[in-house]
Ligand binder design. Structure first.
Ligand code: GLU
Length: 418
């Protein structure tokens, strides 16, 4: 299993699992099983490119744990995807789903590819080819993929179609994060960003602060960051800075987020937005704000830049953006880090809602989805916060401890840990 766990992200995850496991005195056999994935699938993904030549890409699906229910987790298309990173992310899905009390296990997948280098039709063929290769391993009761970095509702629509071909009728439950027109849920696109803001509200409230009096900086302006920024703006917070791959923009009086979204859609990025100053990604991470939310990739705040952080609260919109070492350092300095498995859980919560709606063929309104999401995010925050107050541990260890306790209990009941 070393090749799966050797990456930095997996090592970070294991450190947290060990610390939290020790704290709750978890059964050591349960812990051993919860550390490593159940299986890791590697496939070659042949694609006919527009120039008629076949090119082969590498794809992965790592199925970590299914004690609580079917494997569940996103698919990432990114040039840095590797098996260890996917494995670490699959483990995080297990812990996230348990923490949120969802009847789902954990998995993750991906293809090592820069999606920007493919045309739309190549992307469709890549997705279909990958789905065919994964066909024997996924399914509505087995393993349910969803969007992640570099994939979208369109990716899920192609997957649904490819997977369904074999059955002769639509298998809507095989993926979540689909467009609403073909069995998707209202509110799935914005769910992760919304969840980030719901837990931010809670994190502020335990410090006797309110959203409307706070300043926020958000790293990333994609599937998570854009919606988080928009929601914070709607709640009258001052979103002073955001960034995307082209760099950052800053306005001390607060950015007009709907206007910035329009600008970014028109121009392909936020670069050159006239109502703001340009800042670098490093400068954004060092801003003196109430909330800093890294919503891009892992390892954004690490040993090399943790000393520059001046935010009061960090809310992890991405998976693994603050390393284990940086978390300990920031906690010592009195900075609260709301960990990924809690903070970015909104996406998989609404994925769960989508899966349920597909089973019963009864669809909920956007308001219902929002209310139910808020209830779960608030409740999960409270549980982790209470644990951290009682144990005097940071929020990352506390979230992991709550998650492991639930998994341990389920494993004991199933006779998997003794
Ligand atoms: N990719 C998202 C995550 O990391 C969502 C997973 C899902 O909806 O299954 O939580």
């Amino acid at each position: 299993m070393d090749f799966l766990t050797e990456g930095e992200l997996y090592q970070n995850v294991l450190q947290n699992v060990d610390k939290a496991g020790k704290l709750i005195e978890i059964n050591e056999n349960a812990l051993e099983r919860l550390k490593y994935p159940r299986r890791a699938i590697t496939v070659s993904v042949p694609v006919r490119m527009d120039n008629n030549k076949i090119k082969t890409f590498t794809g992965y699906r790592v199925q970590h744990n299914q004690t609580l229910g079917p494997f569940k987790g996103g698919l990432r298309f990114h040039q840095d995807v590797n098996i260890s990173e996917v494995a670490a992310l699959s483990a995080l899905m297990t812990y996230k789903n348990s923490l949120l009390n969802l009847p789902l296990g954990g998995a993750k997948g991906g293809i090592t590819i820069d999606p920007k280098t493919l045309t739309e039709s190549e992307m469709q063929r890549l997705t279909r080819s990958f789905t065919s290769e994964l066909g024997p391993f996924i399914g509505p009761d087995k393993d349910i993929p969803a969007p992640d970095v570099g994939t979208s509702s369109q990716t899920m629509a192609w997957m649904l179609d490819t997977y369904s071909t074999e059955f002769g009728f639509a298998q809507t439950g095989v993926v979540t994060g689909k467009p609403v027109e073909i069995g998707g849920s209202h509110g799935r696109d914005s769910a992760t960003g919304l969840g980030v803001i719901f837990v931010s509200e809670k994190a502020l409230s335990v410090q006797n602060k309110k959203m409307e009096d706070s300043t926020i900086a958000i790293q990333g302006f994609g599937k998570v960051g854009l919606h988080a920024a928009n929601e914070a703006f709607k709640l009258n917070a001052k979103v002073v800075a955001v960034s995307d791959v082209s760099g950052g923009v800053y306005n001390k009086n607060g950015l007009n987020i709907p206007d910035l979204i329009n600008y970014s859609f028109k121009n392909g990025s936020i670069k050159g937005y006239p109502e703001a100053e340009t800042i670098s990604n490093d400068e954004l991470l060092a801003l003196d704000v109430d909330i800093l939310s890294p919503c891009a990739l892992d390892n954004a705040i690490n040993k090399s830049n943790m000393e520059n952080v001046r935010a009061k609260i960090i809310v992890e919109g991405a998976n693994g953006p603050v390393t284990s070492e940086a978390t300990s350092y920031l906690h010592e300095k009195g900075i609260m880090v709301v960990p990924d498995i809690l903070a970015n859980g909104g996406g998989v919560v609404v994925s769960y809602f989508e899966w349920v709606q597909d089973i019963v063929w009864l669809f909920w309104s956007a308001e219902e989805v929002r209310d139910k999401l808020k209830t779960i995010m608030y409740r999960s925050f409270d549980t982790v916060w209470d644990f951290s107050q009682n144990s005097k541990k940071d929020m990352r260890i506390s979230a992991m401890a709550v998650s492991l306790q639930r998994l341990e209990k389920a494993m004991k009941l199933r006779g998997l840990a003794w």
